[in-house]
Design a protein around this ligand. Structure first.
Ligand SMILES: Nc1ncnc2c1ncn2[C@@H]1O[C@H](COP(=O)(O)OP(=O)(O)O)[C@@H](O)[C@H]1O
Ligand SMILES: [Mg+2]
Length: 363
């Protein structure tokens, strides 16, 4: 069942201090000028749901309020669905977080699915292969436990292999060879799983692209892998052919960690062919397609955090995006500092909550 956040409380989280905010179960519009705390609210929601920030390399020192009196952050949220409600709270004094559910301390707690998109993501997605890989790894892991466990095994084995290669490799070649067969199998399984998930997401991508943005073009997604079509022996041969190179570089140069993904717009690489606005529509279509697939798999929705994505889109696309959110059944938090987009949101969303943020406070 889909969980929604109905209340959020933050103490000493970035510039949000003693903030208790109530949310709408559907659409929440968070507006305000630059640097006032819109993204910080999304980060707090994400942190409570996913137990970590969406920003890379962000730890306790970064999120602790710079003006705080004591080194402690409190975050808590009321989660609700049709059947139950409970409060999750986290107290952070260093990198360690003490979690509690309904006030009772717990050693382990579940994560709740939340997806986040920020204005730079479309650029990064189209331009940076490493970003695409992490995007699919993170999102597929949330969608598919098999993918998550294969990815974990893969990463562990890759770290092990690279550690041996980076030491005195000639001493360890026998050890590498001994574990390569198992590693090759994991590579192949992970690639197969990836291809299944890609094929599942392709259909809704095209639909969202056409319906949300009225694009009369075909959008497609492909995975490119040096290991495509290979069996275990072929992968072992590839590694043995590359052994000298791998030893020289001190890491594994071929494997599914080097796979890439291409968004195709009418068969052309979207990054090379499309305008920035079209690239953003393609990226957002992927995101909404992911939400559709998520719902298909779990019969529930993630919490959706959309951090000012209005740039590069024309007014007609804003309207389409707003209309799509209005039709959607997930809880969404959408921010903007753009006055015109704000008016678009406020004029067309009657059943929604509007919050204006100023200096870390809702006014
Ligand atoms: N650890 C911190 N302590 C206090 N303020 C912080 C901290 N980290 C960031 N900020 C403040 O948060 C503001 C940025 O908030 P943000 O949510 O990104 O703004 P926006 O409304 O533009 O999304 C900046 O003014 C910054 O000074
Ligand atoms: Mg922001």
């Amino acid at each position: 069942m889909t969980f929604r956040i109905s209340k959020l409380f933050c103490e000493q989280f970035r510039n949000l201090d003693h903030q208790a905010i109530e949310f709408h179960p559907g659409i929440n519009c968070i507006t305000g000028d630059n640097g006032n705390g819109k993204t910080n609210i999304l980060e707090a929601i994400y942190f409570l749901s996913q137990k970590k920030s969406f920003r890379k390399n962000t730890g306790f020192p970064q999120i602790l309020s710079a003006d705080g009196e004591k080194p402690e952050i409190l975050l808590s949220a009321l989660y609700e669905n049709d059947e139950s409600k409970f409060t999750i709270s986290g107290k952070m004094r260093s990198e360690k977080i003490d979690w509690a559910i309904d006030g009772r301390p717990v050693k382990r707690r579940d994560s709740y699915p939340a997806i986040f998109v920020n204005p730079m993501d479309s650029f990064s997605f189209h331009q940076v292969p490493g970003f695409r890989r992490s995007w699919f790894d993170d999102h597929f892991s949330m969608l598919d436990p098999t993918y998550k466990s294969l990815l974990n095994q893969f990463q562990k084995s890759l770290r092990f292999r690279n550690a041996l290669l980076s030491k005195k490799p000639n001493q360890y070649l026998a050890q590498i060879k001994a574990s390569d067969e198992q590693f090759a199998k994991i590579n192949i399984e992970l690639l197969e799983r990836k291809k299944i998930l890609i094929s599942e997401i392709v259909l809704p991508i095209n639909e969202t692209f056409k319906s949300i943005f009225s694009m009369d073009h075909e959008l497609d997604l492909k995975v490119e892998s040096a290991l495509s079509g290979m069996n275990t022996n072929a992968v072992l041969k590839l590694w043995s052919d590359r052994q000298e190179n791998d030893v020289l570089r001190g890491h594994t140069t071929r494997g599914v960690h080097k796979d890439d993904y291409v968004l195709l717009f009418d068969g052309m690489n979207a990054f090379e062919y499309c305008s920035l606005g079209q690239q953003k529509m393609a990226y957002l279509s992927l995101l909404f397609a992911y939400i559709t697939l998520f719902r298909y798999k779990f019969s529930s929705f993630p919490i959706v955090l959309i951090d000012d994505v209005s740039g590069e889109l024309d007014r007609f696309r804003w309207q389409k995006l707003v209309a799509h959110l209005k039709e959607s059944k997930f809880q969404v938090f959408i921010t903007t500092a753009n006055e015109n987009f704000k008016m678009e949101l406020l004029n067309h969303l009657d059943d929604a909550k509007h919050m204006e943020v100023c200096n870390g406070k809702i006014i």
